[in-house]
Design a protein around this ligand. Structure first.
Ligand SMILES: Cc1ncc(COP(=O)(O)O)c(C=O)c1O
Ligand SMILES: [Zn+2]
Length: 386
């Protein structure tokens, strides 16, 4: 890593001090690497025989697999082709990136493993995180592994299994009366009062770095190709932004050319601030009012990285689709029956969204799509559609 860069104006700042948002604009920071220097020794053929977790991409991560980082086996999840699901949704090929196989059962382990390792290198010993559940569980796990005390602020209706998980990792679990907005305020206040690090979505640069490995994996697993479209369940939108950053890096590394997948943001009908902004052709994402969905990963009413997210939609000729809870639940069943994979409601949402976009003519029968099943259905057992 060479430096951090403001995502708004491009100004550089040091990556050797603990950073939150950019000092110039108060916007998300991106880690930058000397990709020209890395390029000769970091090609897909160099990955053969490497460790089968996300640290196989160490050259483009802010910290290394030895030293400060501790692996619980995060990343390098299977990319599974699902021909009968493809027939059901009406596209040529469907691949499921099964993130439910991560250590705590969701893709949040990618962000937490990298960001907490880097935070610890920079001196963090205690942090507060607002979360709808999965990110809190991931932070709690890596906090336990790395020796960081973690305080997780979740809404009252967080999934019971995820709450158990957070407690099992020895983290401090605080219930907040309200949505993720109130959790964020409570976590920030507690962090400021106690001198803890405030670890919130896109308000520190390294969660993006962990999550971007999903795109490196898809390209590696497809044999240096990109799919026609990626359907991603977007909440805080870190994952969505991270994938797009990774494609740009891979082009500069010579792994791919200028081709890009269309980036499709899938949200819940009861919380769809990004989809609404995309439909209106807006430049900013306005906060959503009352949140109503059982897909807790999609219950983010405010989007700090909203303009970055809309930029990805524009630059990729992407699209947005909002899925009702009932359809998510139906498609969890369809995915299960057609593939043998038990996905969470967010995974049901991307499958349902694929079908909906086909019906609207926004995907074609010739398309090859990658669906991100971001968590295991086991984490949501007992939750009912709202
Ligand atoms: C299962 C699941 N999918 C998707 C998301 C949304 O991820 P992001 O914040 O990267 O948009 C979350 C976030 O909580 C999640 O838990
Ligand atoms: Zn700036």
């Amino acid at each position: 890593m060479s430096h951090l860069e403001c995502s708004n104006c491009g100004q550089s700042q040091s990556s050797e001090v603990l950073a939150t948002v950019s000092v110039c604009c108060g916007k998300p920071l991106f880690a930058r690497y000397d990709l020209e220097e890395i390029r000769p020794r970091f090609q897909p053929t160099d990955l053969v025989g490497r460790r089968s977790d996300l640290w196989r991409y160490a050259e483009v991560l802010p910290t290394g697999p030895t030293g400060s980082a501790i692996s619980l086996g995060e990343g390098f999840t299977p990319l599974l082709e699902a021909p009968s699901l493809a027939a059901r949704v009406g596209v040529r090929r469907v691949w499921i990136k099964n993130e439910g196989q991560n250590p705590t059962g969701s893709f949040k382990d990618r962000g937490a493993s990298v960001a907490l390792a880097r935070a610890r290198e920079l001196g963090v010993r205690e942090l507060a995180i607002p979360s709808s559940g999965n990110a809190g569980a991931a932070a709690a796990a890596y906090g336990a592994a790395l020796g960081i005390r973690v305080h997780v602020f979740v809404p009252m209706d967080a999934a019971p299994i995820i709450r158990e998980q957070i407690l099992a990792f020895g983290a401090d679990l605080c219930h907040v009366d309200g949505s993720l907005i109130e959790c964020g305020a409570a976590a920030r206040e507690a962090a400021e009062r106690n001198g803890w690090f405030f670890y919130a979505t896109l308000r520190e640069p390294y969660r993006v770095e962990g999550k971007k490995t999903m795109a490196y994996e898809v390209v590696e697993q497809l044999g240096c190709r990109v799919p026609d479209a990626i359907l991603y369940p977007t909440g805080g939108t870190t994952g969505f932004i991270a994938l797009w950053k990774a494609f740009a890096e891979m082009e500069r590394l010579g792994w791919i050319g200028a081709e890009r997948p269309r980036m499709i943001s899938v949200q819940a009908e009861g919380c769809a601030p990004v989809v609404r902004a995309w439909e209106q052709g807006a430049e900013t994402v306005e906060p959503w009012g009352e949140v109503r969905t059982y897909a807790s990963g999609l219950s983010a009413p405010t989007v700090f990285g909203g303009s970055l997210t809309l930029r990805v939609l524009r630059e990729s000729d992407g699209a947005g689709v909002a899925v009702p809870d009932a359809a998510m639940a139906d498609w969890v069943q369809v995915v299960g029956r057609e593939t043998g994979i038990f996905v969470s409601p967010e995974g049901g949402a991307v499958a349902a969204g694929t079908r909906m976009l086909r019906e609207r003519g926004l995907l074609s029968e010739d398309d090859e799509v990658v669906l991100f099943a971001t968590a295991s259905g086991l984490k949501y057992v007992g939750r009912k559609p709202r």
